[in-house]
Design a protein around this ligand. Sequence first.
Ligand SMILES: Cc1ncc(C[n+]2csc(CCOP(=O)(O)OP(=O)(O)O)c2C)c(N)n1
Ligand SMILES: [Mg+2]
Length: 348
Amino acid sequence: MNGAPALVPLPYSPDQVAARLGSDWQPTLRSAHRWMILARTLDARMQALQRQGRVGFYGAATGQEAVNVAAGLASRPEDWVYPGLREQLVALVRGHPLVTYAHHLFADNLDPGRGRNMPCHPTAQEVRYVSMSSVIGTQIDHAVGTAFALRHRHEPGAVLAFFGDGATSSNDFHAALNFGAVWGAPVVFCCTNNQWAISVPVTHQTAAPSLAAKAAEYGLPGRQVDGTDFVAVFAEVRAALEQARSGGGPTLLEFVLYRMTAHSSSDDPTRYQPKDWAARAVAHDPVARLEEWLGRNRLLDADQRAAVAAECESAVRDAVEAAEATIPPVPASLTEDVYASGSTGWTD
Ligand SMILES: Cc1ncc(C[n+]2csc(CCOP(=O)(O)OP(=O)(O)O)c2C)c(N)n1
Ligand SMILES: [Mg+2]
Protein backbone atom coordinates (compact mmCIF):
# COMPACT_ATOMS: atom_id res chain seq x y z
CA MET A 1 0.00 0.00 0.00
CA ASN A 2 1.12 3.56 -0.46
CA GLY A 3 1.35 4.23 3.31
CA ALA A 4 0.95 7.64 4.83
CA PRO A 5 -0.13 10.61 2.76
CA ALA A 6 2.24 13.57 2.77
CA LEU A 7 1.46 15.39 5.99
CA VAL A 8 1.76 19.15 5.75
CA PRO A 9 1.51 21.78 8.47
CA LEU A 10 -2.08 22.75 9.31
CA PRO A 11 -3.08 24.39 6.05
CA TYR A 12 -6.05 26.27 7.35
CA SER A 13 -6.49 29.98 7.71
CA PRO A 14 -8.71 30.99 10.66
CA ASP A 15 -11.51 31.59 8.14
CA GLN A 16 -11.20 28.07 6.80
CA VAL A 17 -11.18 26.68 10.32
CA ALA A 18 -14.34 28.62 11.12
CA ALA A 19 -15.97 27.23 8.00
CA ARG A 20 -15.06 23.66 8.90
CA LEU A 21 -15.81 23.78 12.63
CA GLY A 22 -18.72 26.22 12.72
CA SER A 23 -19.30 29.45 14.58
CA ASP A 24 -17.95 28.20 17.92
CA TRP A 25 -14.58 27.22 16.52
CA GLN A 26 -12.40 29.08 19.03
CA PRO A 27 -13.83 27.36 22.14
CA THR A 28 -13.80 24.06 20.23
CA LEU A 29 -10.09 24.40 19.52
CA ARG A 30 -9.27 25.47 23.08
CA SER A 31 -11.28 22.61 24.48
CA ALA A 32 -9.61 20.18 22.05
CA HIS A 33 -6.20 21.39 23.15
CA ARG A 34 -7.03 20.94 26.83
CA TRP A 35 -8.30 17.39 26.24
CA MET A 36 -5.21 16.50 24.23
CA ILE A 37 -2.93 17.73 27.00
CA LEU A 38 -4.95 15.81 29.59
CA ALA A 39 -4.60 12.65 27.52
CA ARG A 40 -0.89 13.08 27.11
CA THR A 41 -0.46 13.77 30.82
CA LEU A 42 -2.46 10.66 31.66
CA ASP A 43 -0.46 8.52 29.22
CA ALA A 44 2.86 9.68 30.68
CA ARG A 45 1.74 9.14 34.27
CA MET A 46 0.17 5.75 33.69
CA GLN A 47 3.18 4.41 31.79
CA ALA A 48 5.39 5.45 34.71
CA LEU A 49 3.01 3.89 37.25
CA GLN A 50 2.93 0.66 35.25
CA ARG A 51 6.71 0.46 35.42
CA GLN A 52 6.48 0.99 39.19
CA GLY A 53 4.06 -1.94 39.44
CA ARG A 54 1.16 0.24 40.53
CA VAL A 55 -1.06 -0.65 37.54
CA GLY A 56 -0.92 -3.95 35.71
CA PHE A 57 -0.97 -2.85 32.08
CA TYR A 58 -1.27 0.26 29.96
CA GLY A 59 -1.83 0.94 26.26
CA ALA A 60 -1.02 4.54 25.43
CA ALA A 61 -2.78 6.55 22.74
CA THR A 62 0.07 9.03 22.33
CA GLY A 63 -0.05 10.34 18.76
CA GLN A 64 -3.75 9.50 18.39
CA GLU A 65 -5.18 12.33 20.50
CA ALA A 66 -6.51 14.41 17.61
CA VAL A 67 -8.75 11.55 16.46
CA ASN A 68 -10.04 10.77 19.93
CA VAL A 69 -10.82 14.35 20.88
CA ALA A 70 -12.33 15.21 17.51
CA ALA A 71 -14.56 12.13 17.55
CA GLY A 72 -15.65 12.84 21.11
CA LEU A 73 -16.47 16.47 20.37
CA ALA A 74 -18.16 15.71 17.04
CA SER A 75 -20.44 13.05 18.51
CA ARG A 76 -23.74 13.60 20.30
CA PRO A 77 -24.95 12.06 23.58
CA GLU A 78 -27.33 9.72 21.72
CA ASP A 79 -24.46 8.23 19.69
CA TRP A 80 -22.67 5.02 20.68
CA VAL A 81 -18.96 4.26 20.78
CA TYR A 82 -17.37 0.87 20.17
CA PRO A 83 -13.68 1.39 20.95
CA GLY A 84 -10.44 -0.43 20.33
CA LEU A 85 -7.52 -0.30 22.76
CA ARG A 86 -6.77 3.41 22.50
CA GLU A 87 -10.05 5.33 22.57
CA GLN A 88 -10.73 5.88 26.28
CA LEU A 89 -10.33 9.61 25.71
CA VAL A 90 -13.51 9.52 23.59
CA ALA A 91 -15.39 8.38 26.70
CA LEU A 92 -13.83 11.14 28.81
CA VAL A 93 -14.69 13.82 26.25
CA ARG A 94 -18.26 12.50 26.19
CA GLY A 95 -18.49 12.96 29.96
CA HIS A 96 -17.11 9.84 31.65
CA PRO A 97 -15.38 11.13 34.81
CA LEU A 98 -11.58 10.93 34.85
CA VAL A 99 -11.65 9.60 38.41
CA THR A 100 -13.96 6.73 37.39
CA TYR A 101 -11.55 5.86 34.60
CA ALA A 102 -8.72 5.92 37.16
CA HIS A 103 -10.69 3.51 39.36
CA HIS A 104 -10.89 1.23 36.32
CA LEU A 105 -7.15 1.49 35.61
CA PHE A 106 -6.40 0.52 39.21
CA ALA A 107 -9.08 -2.22 39.12
CA ASP A 108 -10.45 -1.10 42.47
CA ASN A 109 -13.80 -1.39 44.17
CA LEU A 110 -15.17 1.71 42.42
CA ASP A 111 -14.27 0.44 38.93
CA PRO A 112 -17.66 -0.03 37.22
CA GLY A 113 -16.30 -3.36 35.91
CA ARG A 114 -15.07 -4.35 39.41
CA GLY A 115 -11.60 -5.17 38.16
CA ARG A 116 -12.73 -7.87 35.77
CA ASN A 117 -11.32 -6.27 32.65
CA MET A 118 -7.69 -5.48 31.88
CA PRO A 119 -6.73 -1.83 32.41
CA CYS A 120 -7.58 0.35 29.37
CA HIS A 121 -10.70 -1.75 28.78
CA PRO A 122 -13.27 0.37 30.65
CA THR A 123 -16.99 0.39 30.31
CA ALA A 124 -18.79 3.72 30.47
CA GLN A 125 -22.46 2.94 30.13
CA GLU A 126 -23.62 6.48 30.89
CA VAL A 127 -21.87 7.81 27.78
CA ARG A 128 -22.71 4.80 25.61
CA TYR A 129 -19.10 3.68 25.48
CA VAL A 130 -19.17 -0.10 25.22
CA SER A 131 -16.53 -2.23 26.92
CA MET A 132 -13.82 -3.16 24.47
CA SER A 133 -13.23 -6.73 23.42
CA SER A 134 -9.53 -7.58 23.33
CA VAL A 135 -10.23 -9.97 20.48
CA ILE A 136 -9.19 -7.78 17.58
CA GLY A 137 -11.97 -6.73 15.24
CA THR A 138 -15.00 -8.19 17.02
CA GLN A 139 -16.31 -4.77 18.10
CA ILE A 140 -16.77 -3.72 14.45
CA ASP A 141 -19.58 -6.26 14.02
CA HIS A 142 -21.11 -5.32 17.36
CA ALA A 143 -21.14 -1.68 16.25
CA VAL A 144 -23.01 -2.58 13.06
CA GLY A 145 -25.53 -4.59 15.07
CA THR A 146 -26.17 -1.65 17.36
CA ALA A 147 -26.50 0.69 14.39
CA PHE A 148 -28.99 -1.68 12.78
CA ALA A 149 -30.97 -1.80 16.05
CA LEU A 150 -31.06 1.99 16.29
CA ARG A 151 -32.60 2.22 12.85
CA HIS A 152 -34.94 -0.69 13.44
CA ARG A 153 -36.27 0.99 16.61
CA HIS A 154 -36.40 4.43 14.99
CA GLU A 155 -34.04 5.76 17.65
CA PRO A 156 -31.83 8.74 16.98
CA GLY A 157 -28.07 8.51 16.96
CA ALA A 158 -25.28 6.80 15.11
CA VAL A 159 -22.40 4.51 16.05
CA LEU A 160 -18.67 5.14 15.97
CA ALA A 161 -16.69 1.93 15.46
CA PHE A 162 -12.96 2.23 16.18
CA PHE A 163 -10.29 -0.28 15.19
CA GLY A 164 -6.68 -0.30 14.12
CA ASP A 165 -4.93 -0.98 10.84
CA GLY A 166 -4.23 -4.55 11.97
CA ALA A 167 -7.94 -5.17 12.53
CA THR A 168 -8.60 -4.65 8.81
CA SER A 169 -7.18 -8.15 8.31
CA SER A 170 -9.80 -9.69 10.61
CA ASN A 171 -12.88 -11.45 9.26
CA ASP A 172 -15.03 -9.16 11.37
CA PHE A 173 -13.88 -6.05 9.51
CA HIS A 174 -15.07 -7.47 6.20
CA ALA A 175 -18.38 -8.80 7.56
CA ALA A 176 -19.05 -5.49 9.28
CA LEU A 177 -18.37 -3.38 6.19
CA ASN A 178 -20.45 -5.71 4.07
CA PHE A 179 -23.53 -5.82 6.27
CA GLY A 180 -23.15 -2.21 7.40
CA ALA A 181 -23.43 -1.17 3.76
CA VAL A 182 -26.14 -3.72 2.82
CA TRP A 183 -28.31 -2.50 5.70
CA GLY A 184 -27.43 1.18 5.30
CA ALA A 185 -26.64 1.10 9.01
CA PRO A 186 -25.89 4.43 10.76
CA VAL A 187 -22.28 3.61 11.58
CA VAL A 188 -18.98 5.40 10.99
CA PHE A 189 -16.04 3.03 10.67
CA CYS A 190 -13.03 4.80 12.19
CA CYS A 191 -9.77 3.03 11.32
CA THR A 192 -6.83 4.42 13.28
CA ASN A 193 -3.94 3.56 11.00
CA ASN A 194 -1.01 4.08 13.36
CA GLN A 195 1.02 2.04 10.85
CA TRP A 196 1.74 -0.84 13.24
CA ALA A 197 -0.10 -3.89 14.55
CA ILE A 198 2.30 -4.54 17.42
CA SER A 199 5.39 -5.44 15.32
CA VAL A 200 3.70 -5.85 11.92
CA PRO A 201 3.96 -2.73 9.75
CA VAL A 202 0.90 -1.73 7.78
CA THR A 203 2.87 -2.29 4.57
CA HIS A 204 2.78 -6.04 5.42
CA GLN A 205 -0.91 -5.93 6.27
CA THR A 206 -2.36 -5.33 2.82
CA ALA A 207 -1.52 -4.91 -0.85
CA ALA A 208 -4.40 -2.45 -1.31
CA PRO A 209 -3.50 1.15 -2.22
CA SER A 210 -4.89 2.28 1.16
CA LEU A 211 -7.12 0.92 3.91
CA ALA A 212 -9.83 3.41 2.94
CA ALA A 213 -9.84 1.93 -0.57
CA LYS A 214 -11.33 -1.30 0.80
CA ALA A 215 -14.66 0.48 1.32
CA ALA A 216 -15.38 0.69 -2.41
CA GLU A 217 -15.75 -3.07 -2.87
CA TYR A 218 -18.39 -3.15 -0.14
CA GLY A 219 -20.31 -0.23 -1.62
CA LEU A 220 -19.65 2.51 0.89
CA PRO A 221 -17.53 5.65 0.75
CA GLY A 222 -14.00 5.47 2.14
CA ARG A 223 -11.70 8.40 2.79
CA GLN A 224 -8.13 8.71 4.00
CA VAL A 225 -7.81 11.53 6.54
CA ASP A 226 -4.72 13.06 8.12
CA GLY A 227 -5.25 11.80 11.67
CA THR A 228 -2.77 14.27 13.14
CA ASP A 229 -4.92 17.22 12.08
CA PHE A 230 -7.66 17.92 14.61
CA VAL A 231 -9.66 20.16 12.26
CA ALA A 232 -9.66 17.66 9.41
CA VAL A 233 -10.72 14.79 11.68
CA PHE A 234 -13.45 16.82 13.35
CA ALA A 235 -14.92 17.90 10.00
CA GLU A 236 -14.81 14.37 8.56
CA VAL A 237 -16.32 12.65 11.61
CA ARG A 238 -19.05 15.25 11.91
CA ALA A 239 -19.96 14.91 8.22
CA ALA A 240 -19.93 11.11 8.36
CA LEU A 241 -22.12 11.08 11.49
CA GLU A 242 -24.56 13.47 9.82
CA GLN A 243 -24.72 11.23 6.78
CA ALA A 244 -25.32 8.18 8.97
CA ARG A 245 -28.04 9.87 11.03
CA SER A 246 -29.88 11.12 7.98
CA GLY A 247 -30.15 7.65 6.45
CA GLY A 248 -27.18 8.02 4.11
CA GLY A 249 -25.47 4.86 5.39
CA PRO A 250 -21.99 4.13 6.65
CA THR A 251 -18.58 5.63 5.82
CA LEU A 252 -15.09 4.25 6.34
CA LEU A 253 -12.60 6.87 7.54
CA GLU A 254 -8.93 5.88 7.64
CA PHE A 255 -7.02 8.18 9.98
CA VAL A 256 -3.35 8.06 9.14
CA LEU A 257 -1.20 8.85 12.16
CA TYR A 258 1.91 7.72 14.01
CA ARG A 259 2.14 5.43 17.03
CA MET A 260 4.42 7.48 19.27
CA THR A 261 4.92 4.87 22.02
CA ALA A 262 5.26 1.12 22.40
CA HIS A 263 2.21 -0.95 21.43
CA SER A 264 1.59 -1.39 25.16
CA SER A 265 3.49 -1.73 28.42
CA SER A 266 4.24 -5.33 27.41
CA ASP A 267 6.09 -4.34 24.23
CA ASP A 268 9.63 -3.30 23.26
CA PRO A 269 9.43 -1.56 19.86
CA THR A 270 13.23 -1.11 19.63
CA ARG A 271 13.30 -4.80 18.63
CA TYR A 272 11.39 -4.19 15.39
CA GLN A 273 10.91 -0.52 14.50
CA PRO A 274 13.40 1.26 12.24
CA LYS A 275 15.79 3.48 14.15
CA ASP A 276 14.34 6.67 12.71
CA TRP A 277 10.71 5.81 13.57
CA ALA A 278 10.57 7.73 16.84
CA ALA A 279 11.89 10.88 15.16
CA ARG A 280 9.42 10.51 12.30
CA ALA A 281 6.56 10.04 14.75
CA VAL A 282 7.55 13.09 16.79
CA ALA A 283 7.56 15.13 13.58
CA HIS A 284 3.86 14.21 13.21
CA ASP A 285 2.80 14.93 16.76
CA PRO A 286 -0.86 16.12 16.69
CA VAL A 287 -0.50 18.05 19.93
CA ALA A 288 2.55 19.98 18.77
CA ARG A 289 0.81 20.61 15.48
CA LEU A 290 -2.29 22.12 17.08
CA GLU A 291 -0.20 24.13 19.54
CA GLU A 292 1.93 25.55 16.76
CA TRP A 293 -1.15 26.67 14.88
CA LEU A 294 -2.87 28.07 17.97
CA GLY A 295 0.29 30.01 18.85
CA ARG A 296 0.72 31.38 15.35
CA ASN A 297 -2.89 32.56 15.38
CA ARG A 298 -2.55 34.15 18.83
CA LEU A 299 -4.93 31.71 20.47
CA LEU A 300 -2.40 30.23 22.89
CA ASP A 301 0.59 31.83 24.60
CA ALA A 302 3.20 30.31 26.89
CA ASP A 303 1.35 31.28 30.08
CA GLN A 304 -1.90 29.77 28.88
CA ARG A 305 -0.05 26.62 27.81
CA ALA A 306 1.54 26.34 31.26
CA ALA A 307 -1.84 26.87 32.95
CA VAL A 308 -3.42 24.06 30.90
CA ALA A 309 -0.51 21.73 31.69
CA ALA A 310 -0.74 22.50 35.43
CA GLU A 311 -4.50 21.97 35.44
CA CYS A 312 -4.13 18.60 33.69
CA GLU A 313 -1.29 17.49 36.00
CA SER A 314 -3.43 18.24 39.01
CA ALA A 315 -6.52 16.52 37.55
CA VAL A 316 -4.50 13.35 36.85
CA ARG A 317 -2.78 13.48 40.27
CA ASP A 318 -6.15 13.81 42.07
CA ALA A 319 -7.65 10.93 40.08
CA VAL A 320 -4.68 8.65 40.79
CA GLU A 321 -4.73 9.53 44.49
CA ALA A 322 -8.45 8.77 44.71
CA ALA A 323 -7.95 5.41 43.03
CA GLU A 324 -4.96 4.42 45.15
CA ALA A 325 -6.95 5.27 48.28
CA THR A 326 -9.74 2.88 47.26
CA ILE A 327 -9.92 -0.75 48.39
CA PRO A 328 -9.72 -3.61 45.86
CA PRO A 329 -13.03 -5.08 44.71
CA VAL A 330 -14.72 -6.81 47.65
CA PRO A 331 -14.77 -10.62 47.27
CA ALA A 332 -18.59 -10.67 47.25
CA SER A 333 -18.55 -8.67 44.01
CA LEU A 334 -17.17 -11.73 42.20
CA THR A 335 -20.68 -13.08 41.73
CA GLU A 336 -22.37 -9.73 41.15
CA ASP A 337 -23.51 -8.88 37.62
CA VAL A 338 -22.98 -12.48 36.50
CA TYR A 339 -26.62 -13.58 36.36
CA ALA A 340 -29.51 -11.32 35.43
CA SER A 341 -31.83 -10.84 38.37
CA GLY A 342 -34.73 -8.65 37.46
CA SER A 343 -33.69 -5.42 35.78
CA THR A 344 -30.45 -5.40 33.83
CA GLY A 345 -30.19 -1.66 34.23
CA TRP A 346 -30.52 -1.20 30.49
CA THR A 347 -33.59 0.49 29.13
CA ASP A 348 -35.05 -0.74 25.91
C1 LIG B 1 -7.96 -12.06 17.25
C2 LIG B 1 -6.71 -11.53 17.87
N1 LIG B 1 -5.52 -11.82 17.34
C3 LIG B 1 -4.38 -11.34 17.91
C4 LIG B 1 -4.44 -10.56 19.02
C5 LIG B 1 -3.16 -9.98 19.63
N2 LIG B 1 -3.09 -8.55 19.38
C6 LIG B 1 -3.41 -7.64 20.31
S1 LIG B 1 -3.27 -6.08 19.76
C7 LIG B 1 -2.79 -6.63 18.22
C8 LIG B 1 -2.45 -5.65 17.13
C9 LIG B 1 -3.57 -4.72 16.81
O1 LIG B 1 -3.12 -3.80 15.85
P1 LIG B 1 -4.07 -2.70 15.29
O2 LIG B 1 -5.37 -3.29 14.91
O3 LIG B 1 -3.32 -1.96 14.24
O4 LIG B 1 -4.34 -1.75 16.55
P2 LIG B 1 -3.28 -0.88 17.40
O5 LIG B 1 -2.88 -1.75 18.56
O6 LIG B 1 -2.15 -0.54 16.51
O7 LIG B 1 -4.04 0.31 17.85
C10 LIG B 1 -2.73 -8.00 18.17
C11 LIG B 1 -2.32 -8.77 16.99
C12 LIG B 1 -5.72 -10.28 19.56
N3 LIG B 1 -5.87 -9.50 20.65
N4 LIG B 1 -6.84 -10.75 18.97
MG1 LIG C 1 -2.18 -0.24 14.46
